[in-house]
Design a protein around this ligand. Structure first.
Ligand code: ZN
Length: 82
């Protein structure tokens, strides 16, 4: 049986191996050993975010996921889409 597809492969948590800068705000510094969120935008492109921005990004993603979920868990009598 095929595994359930992971559609969030391009996002992963990492522990900073060295001092890094947050991609969203240069003033946000990620110290060595701190957790950070890495987003792979392409083969040669990845962006790193500090815990504060990561939290906001994940909150937004949560909303998007909930939105997606709603399309598939809505009651059958919810009506039709335009
Ligand atoms: Zn940040």
């Amino acid at each position: 049986m095929a595994a359930v597809k992971n559609i969030l492969k391009h996002v992963s948590p990492e522990i900073a191996g060295r001092r890094r800068k947050c991609y969203r705000k240069k003033a946000h510094v990620i110290l060595k050993g701190e957790p950070c969120l890495v987003v792979h935008d392409g083969p040669q492109s990845q962006t790193t975010y500090c815990t504060v921005c990561a939290s906001e990004i994940l909150t937004k993603a949560n909303g998007a996921l909930a939105n997606l979920h709603a399309h598939f868990t809505a009651p059958h009598d919810a009506g039709s889409q335009e």
